[in-house]
Write a protein that binds this ligand. Structure first.
Ligand SMILES: [Fe+2]
Ligand SMILES: [Fe+2]
Length: 335
């Protein structure tokens, strides 16, 4: 982390432990999260040694190869490709995911600013939102720099997705509860994948990707905390009509987000001539992939159950989008 001078006021507001947890007021939580954003934040250029030879990106580096616990990496087709192709596909998939992350963070920042525009100047949530917008901008800069240095092309959102993104941005102002569901739908899968990679591939990880992920999971912990706490405080006071809308739109958004975050774009797979039956084996008819997709949004699903967002009508949509665990009964009190 770069050395910055932290103002005295930010050094002394570390809360007493008894203030954390269930009894902590929302205002106090916002103060604590904002404080952490001052005391522990990262700069996309100053805090990553991009020009260190050890951080150089070589497209044929075997460390980019997908391992057998990856849906595509586990296929016979992938394992019988030449080493250079395996590495290139692995790196290209990482770049594609980073670019999806940049597109997601763009919607997130714009929506957060819409949300912030509804707050009073002295609302502590306004300060916290600005911290989050700044952090997301730094993440997008670091992901973009990674993609540029890889030399591999990435595509943007198509017209339909762009139109959908503009709608989500407006929710930041008109329907913040739905907007923060979208936020969790994007942030939780990315966070769960990055935490798993950091935990299980420690030794063989390229130092650049390791640094990016460490920075990202550190700052995302604050963002996830804010979105979850906001929802816990606001959803219970929603009226019937808004609650119905939230119940029906949440699985649609989460289902699409989980798919987007957990599978490489189809055009990338086509670029490498991955046969259709291999795509099916890896992503469509693969219980391991379905389980990982479910797991990636398990925390937001549990939160939705706790808040009564999943009722007996909406649960069909969760099933249709493949984000409801097989055999699971809707929790008591959630119907
Ligand atoms: Fe981020
Ligand atoms: Fe975030």
């Amino acid at each position: 982390m770069q050395s910055t001078v932290v103002p005295e006021s930010e050094r002394i507001i570390t809360p007493a432990p008894k203030k954390r947890g269930r009894n902590e007021t929302f205002e106090h939580l916002l103060g604590r999260l904002s404080h952490q954003s001052v005391a522990k934040h990262f700069d996309a250029y100053a805090d990553i040694p991009w020009d260190d030879p050890a951080y150089r990106i070589d497209v044929e580096d075997p460390r980019w190869e997908r391992t057998t616990d990856d849906p595509l990496g586990a296929t016979e087709w992938y394992r019988t490709q030449p080493q250079a192709v395996r590495a290139r596909i692995g790196l290209h998939s990482a770049c594609a995911h980073m670019w999806i992350g940049v597109e997601f963070e763009s919607v997130l920042k714009r929506g957060l600013l819409e949300f912030a525009s509804t707050l009073r100047y002295d609302d502590p949530a306004l300060r916290y939102c600005y911290h989050e917008v700044i952090e997301e901008a730094q993440h997008s800069l670091m992901f973009r720099e990674f993609v540029i240095r890889s030399g591999l092309p990435v595509g943007g959102l198509d017209g339909t997705a762009r139109a959908g993104a503009r709608r989500v941005v407006k929710f930041g102002r008109d329907f913040p509860e739905l907007f923060f569901m979208f936020v969790l739908g994007g942030e939780e899968p990315i966070d769960s994948v990055q935490r798993e990679v950091l935990k299980s591939h420690k030794a063989e990880l390229h130092p650049l990707i390791k640094r990016l992920m460490q920075i990202h999971v550190t700052e995302e912990a604050r963002h996830l905390c804010f979105a979850r706490e906001y929802l816990k405080r606001r959803v219970p006071s929603l009226g019937r009509a808004k609650m119905l809308q939230l119940g029906l739109l949440t699985p649609v958004i989460l289902g699409q987000m989980a798919r987007l975050m957990m599978k490489p774009p189809t055009r990338l797979l086509r670029h490498y001539d991955v046969p259709d039956d291999v795509i099916d084996e890896a992503y469509r008819d693969n219980p391991m992939h379905s389980a990982k997709t479910l797991e990636s949004i398990s925390k937001v699903r549990e939160l939705c159950e706790e808040l009564g967002v999943i009722n007996r009508h909406a649960v069909h949509l969760w099933k249709r989008f493949g984000i409801w665990p097989e055999g699971r009964q809707l929790g008591v009190g959630a119907g």
